[in-house]
Design a protein around this ligand. Structure first.
Ligand SMILES: Cc1ncc(COP(=O)(O)O)c(C=O)c1O
Length: 400
């Protein structure tokens, strides 16, 4: 279809293109000066004296952060079932066990009470996920971690920029926070991620482990005027460094991050207002003092509508609008389900939300007209489903 509105598109301007060309012309393509600038800019953007370490994905960043905290075989790490598999797979890479808990009522984020109930003597860390860019109840999660001597690594893949009680995500009292710059994220480098921490020991371990466990990075070795070929491997590290080509995109994207956020917030407010009379639940609103990054705008269809989530998405696609689903909760994926004998009734809220959740397009490349099309497509899809069944229609009117 020619006029199809995709679910997501990156917003790349001439500034990013010029910065990438500069990287290409510089003769230095892998981790080097642009990555250094991006890290410094990012640390300043987050504030609170954090150090920022660029990596080639948030998955890599989460892996490194938990490795730096010493998570390993025999340990348990508590996280949400309502996330992308990356959040949990890295726990398995370290030989530890993810322990999944359900989301809070009326929310997409992990329920702190359920975290506390899942703690055992083997629990080492908590990985909360700021779903869609809305902060978790971090005061409660930090209090639980302190009480039980646990570490926290925030999965902030969606949360740039976002604040919690007036403070940037990335500047709270947790051990590390990891952001994603995947192509559909609010700020992108194509593929990429950033670890933010105020703990020097974690920062140093991540710095070394992101490049094979080598004590000096390549830029340092190859550009030194003195003979500097010697290096030492101090651990079996990973190949997780960011390239300067990616960092070049990130430098310019970061400058636009708050403008992007404002535009997304405007779009979210418009969806809220213009879909308010529809049989759908809008996404949870941020609390006073919190800023939502609006990476995703996830509606929940009223189940009395008689239209399944899958049918809704098909009909939206037929009207030229791409939608998505975030997420298929982990207990429904064969690997996680079979490994831990997970059943839907263990995660009743995640299960219920998943069955009616639809992510509508929300990105800065969309015009007002594009958003009008989405709103009209939603209204028309719902109207036609109500029309298609008098039984549904009358049930619907009764419930309205
Ligand atoms: C919640 C969450 N965590 C982690 C990731 C992994 O990010 P990346 O693709 O940068 O590795 C994603 C990616 O979509 C995500 O949605």
């Amino acid at each position: 279809m020619n006029n199809f509105l995709p679910f997501a598109l990156p917003d790349i301007g001439e500034e990013e293109i010029a910065e990438v060309v500069d990287a290409l012309r510089s003769g230095w393509l892998t981790t080097g000066p642009k990555t250094g600038v991006f890290e410094e800019d990012f640390a300043a953007f987050i504030g609170g004296g954090a150090r920022a370490l660029a990596v080639n994905s948030a998955t890599a960043g989460l892996h490194l952060a938990l490795e730096a905290l010493g998570v390993g075989p025999g340990d348990e790490v508590i996280t949400t079932a309502y996330t992308f598999t990356a959040t949990a797979e890295i726990i398995r890479h370290l030989g530890a066990e993810p322990v999944f808990v359900d989301i809070a009522p009326c929310a997409f984020n992990i329920d702190p009470e359920k975290i506390e109930r899942a703690i055992t003597p083997r629990t080492k860390a908590i990985v909360p996920v700021h779903f869609a860019g809305l902060a978790c109840d971090m005061d409660s999660i930090i209090a639980i971690a302190r009480k039980h001597g646990l570490k926290i690594v925030e999965d902030a893949a969606h949360a740039l920029p976002a604040t919690y009680r007036g403070r940037s995500i990335g500047s709270l009292e947790t051990d590390a926070t990891v952001f994603s710059f995947y192509a559909t994220k609010t700020v992108t480098t194509g593929e990429g991620g950033m670890i933010v921490t105020r703990d020097e020991r974690i920062a140093e371990r991540c710095r070394v482990m992101r490049l094979h466990g080598i004590s000096r990075d390549a830029f340092d070795r190859y550009t030194s005027a003195k003979p500097a070929w010697r290096y030492e491997v101090i651990a079996p590290g990973f190949k997780y460094n960011m390239t300067d080509i990616a960092a070049a995109i990130g430098i310019q994207q970061l400058k636009k991050a708050w403008n992007f956020q404002r535009r997304r917030a405007e779009m979210a407010a418009r969806y809220d207002a213009e879909l308010a009379d529809q049989p759908i639940l809008p996404p949870p609103r941020p609390n006073e003092g919190d800023t939502h990054s609006w990476h995703l705008y996830v509606i929940r269809l009223d189940q009395r509508l008689g239209l399944s989530r899958d049918e809704f998405i098909e009909r939206m696609a037929a009207r030229g609008v791409g939608c998505s689903v975030h997420f298929i909760p982990l207990h429904l994926h064969p690997y996680w389900r079979d490994l831990y004998n997970l059943l839907p009734h263990h995660f009743p809220l995640s299960d219920r939300v998943y069955r009616c959740a639809v992510s509508l397009p929300i990105y800065t490349k969309m015009t007002e007209g594009d958003q009008t099309r989405v709103i009209e497509a939603v209204r028309e899809t719902i109207r036609s489903s109500v029309r298609s069944s008098t039984v549904r229609s009358s049930a619907f009117r009764r419930s309205a």
